[in-house]
Write a protein that binds this ligand. Sequence first.
Ligand code: UDX
Length: 455
Amino acid sequence: MERKQKERKGHLVLVPCPLPSHMSPMLHLAKLLHSQGFSITIIHTQLNSPNESHYPEFSFESIGGSMLESYSAFDGDVMLFLSKLNMKCETPFHECLVKMQLRCQYTPISCIIYDAVMYFSAAVADDLKLFRIVLRTSSAANYIGLSILDESDFVSEPRMEEPVAGFPFLRIKDMPLFSTQKHTREVLTCIYNGTRTASAIIWNSLWCLEHALFEKIKNETLVPVFPLGPLQKHCSSFSTNVLSEEQGCIAWLDKQAPSSVVYVSFGSVVTMTEDELLEMAWGLANSGQPFLWVVRACVVNGSDGVEMLPREFHEATRSRCRIASWLPQQKILAHTSIGCFLTHNGWNSTIESIAEGVPMLCWPRVGDQRVNARFVSHVWRVGLQLEDRLLREDVESAIQTLFIDEEGIEIHKRAKELKKKVDISLRQGGASSEFLSRLVKYISLQETMIRLSNA
Ligand code: UDX
């Protein structure tokens, strides 16, 4: 461990959230900051803990031995899960940092970087007088949505189609609406406050996608923002997946025509009804395009979705469909045979698709997914959005629009142009790369100030 910590620019303690879609951007950030000369310690729970042997350059500390117990309370209510997780982690995290500060193999902590949903970190860092930066793993649009939401905006169904004040392209129903249950409101407030009060905010998004919103956030929070995204594109590819992936699909994709395959996936938590699964299945079948579909084992209310697909569907699609329970998504989106991504617009999926220039067919379900989908279809115009009520005819005709119509050709062109902007952003002198240099300088300055004040 001493070797890992010696002669580095500073020591960063990173606190990822154990949910798979949150773990991945934090591990990519860890790699990135390590490549910039910092030593890294990852604090993790025992739930979905990262495989330490994949990251020999980092140190790891485990907190919250009974996390599995709190995961069993997850049962689809992410807010309840986060509420319990934050309550359980605060004391062990505090103890862990105190021990780390006493142990000689660790150099002094320069900064705590925590996922915004791990807001207990803010209270602990403040108590120990440690400098803290927050990582937002979702879009700036989602943050703005949360900040302007008022419960009265969405309690009445008839107002759902009305535009949001100041954002005419957004409707109230596009906002990150959550239930009004007490624990949900409390968690959202804590996430919001844990972000607002940090010394700086790192985003897994890009200046070229959301610059107006970043300006607004900077003016409101009065702290520097560092949009470094897409985090997964800075370092050479490595898997952060905590779930096992089926690899054979790449050989299947190799046999398909360029830009012909519809890739279908709804991330790691979204569920659907049996009706929705069947409408989706027949829409894909009737579209005539080849498709690669992630059907997670518990996607239909805890039951095996694949078993619900009728024999006739398998017979009709056998020659042009492949179904798997979990796939290496980033590799798939980068494959030349992918022509469109039918997605729920979780932020990771959205930014991964943008980074590879793949047009989207959006079917958002909850939280930030709706506002992301609206930006995809109405601001960046690199996709189309399906109605909430899923009908097989709509799926079929939207896929045909994307592959055949003039409108679809224009969407493909814009998606390729946006990918070019992302590539430029990542190059030396590009926005994401510049923000990274600024972040390194910013943390190094804080490190010097800490050293001077301790001298
Ligand atoms: C959750 C929320 O639902 C989402 O709205 C929020 O933005 C982040 O937290 P999730 O639903 O899992 O995330 O979606 P998303 O953010 O898209 O993340 C899914 C991740 O899983 C992506 O990084 C994707 O590459 C990966 N994935 C998905 C795989 O690696 N293989 C798969 O088969 C499916």
